[in-house]
Design a protein around this ligand. Structure first.
Ligand code: PLP
Length: 380
């Protein structure tokens, strides 16, 4: 099989699943228990927290474990908006993941003012629009670091610069950036940052939110005293240990692995553009997480291509996993100005650590033929 849907989720790294199984076998204690089997688990959680903190250039006390990237986004947005009831405005972009867009819509229905910053044809947010949108009532700006459909890297440092002049907090959804581009919270200057384990070869159902020390925020989930009273519920201990391991592995692998993946992605991009006529590449050439490739194969439905590829055991996506089974056109693709019929002809190919040259060769030998056949069938 050729798996090219790493932005939807990544295969678990064997060393991560081994560590997780070891943990589940050897440690069942509740980290809140005061006796040794609880303390041991607490210690392992602390180590994982330290690993995540190191990767972000943060302090251990600034890392909070959550149940997903989605929960981290919800926690950041509700947590800040609820902590500042006197400020009722929230700013985000038009191409955020549903974890942010739907949270914004929910807030809007409950009387908050939401501003969606538009993007250009490559998915870059409009900074001038942002400057004008901020008011004394703005509590939070949330802009994703890298877009899941296009790979576009947003200018977070500039967003922070603009926000800080007006004393507004900034959150970034770094779920598609963490492990792929540097995410140092102090260099970026953000107050809050979301990440998720299953995009970095860890398990599903575990995420983290970085919250800068001193940030006023309210919990999303109330109950026990876990996560310093900000995220109640007995910890997903095995998930946390696995996240720590996944982070340690990508740090150990460093740039070399990423460069290899980027080279594969470049070869795939070039090969598709050379072999297939009337293909549109979506997203920027530069300032992109290079492993993300979005192509519109004009004149056909992407679903048909996806199924034809799947019959050859090549797995890609027609958009973000969350909008996959919806009839609606991706809000990201319509935000960059694609006509609905072009958006519907769009495939996302996202590469990862387990891809190799043979995978790229297989796609380059199968895809042009599939497109040609489908175009013939549709008479185009
Ligand atoms: C940009 C972005 N944010 C948030 C999420 C949600 O993360 P999770 O699947 O861990 O809830 C995703 C998942 O696709 C994503 O791509």
């Amino acid at each position: 099989m050729v798996y090219l849907d790493n932005n939807a989720t990544t295969p678990i790294e064997p060393a991560v699943s081994e560590k997780m199984c070891w943990f589940l076998r050897e440690h069942f204690g509740n980290p809140s228990s005061l006796y040794p089997i609880g303390r041991e688990v607490k210690k392992l959680i602390t180590e994982a927290r330290e690993t995540v903190a190191d990767a972000l250039g943060a302090m251990r006390s600034e890392i909070f474990f959550t149940g997903s990237g989605t929960e981290s986004d919800n926690f950041a947005i509700y947590g800040i908006m609820n902590a500042f009831p006197e400020k009722n405005e929230f700013i985000t972009s038009s191409i955020e993941h549903p974890a942010v867009i739907e949270t914004a819509s929910y807030l809007e229905k409950r009387g908050k003012k939401i501003t969606f910053i538009p993007v250009d044809q490559y998915g870059n947010i409009d900074l001038e629009f942002l400057k004008k949108a901020i008011s004394p009532k703005t509590a939070l700006i949330s802009i994703m670091y890298s877009n899941n459909e296009l790979g576009t890297i947003e200018p977070i440092k500039e967003v922070v610069k603009i926000a800080k002049e007006k004393e507004v907090l900034v959150h970034t959804d770094a779920v598609q950036a963490f492990g792929k581009i540097p995410c140092n919270v102090n260099k970026l200057g953000v107050d809050l940052l979301s990440l998720s384990a299953h995009k970095i070869y860890g398990p599903k159902g575990i995420g983290s939110l970085y919250i800068r020390k001193g940030t006023k925020i309210l919990p999303l989930i109330c109950g026990g005293h876990q996560e310093r009273n900000l995220r109640a519920g007995t910890e997903n201990t095995a998930g946390i240990i696995a996240l720590g391991e996944a982070v340690q592995i990508f740090q150990a692998k460093g740039d070399k692995d990423l460069k290899r993946i980027h080279k594969l992605a470049d070869r795939l991009k070039k090969g598709i553009e050379e072999r297939i006529p009337r293909v549109i590449f979506n997203g920027p050439e530069k300032n992109r997480v290079k492993s993300t490739l979005s192509f519109s194969f004009t004149g056909m439905e992407a679903d048909a291509i996806l199924l034809a590829l799947a019959s050859k055991e090549i797995y890609v996506s027609t958009g973000s996993a969350c909008s996959e089974d919806s009839e609606e056109v991706s809000h990201v693709l319509s935000s960059i100005g694609l006509k609905p019929e072009v958006a519907r002809s769009t495939l996302r190919l996202s590469l990862g650590r387990f891809n190799n040259d043979e995978d790229v060769s297989k796609v380059l030998s199968e895809l042009p033929e599939i497109i040609e056949k489908l175009r013939k069938i549709s008479g185009l």
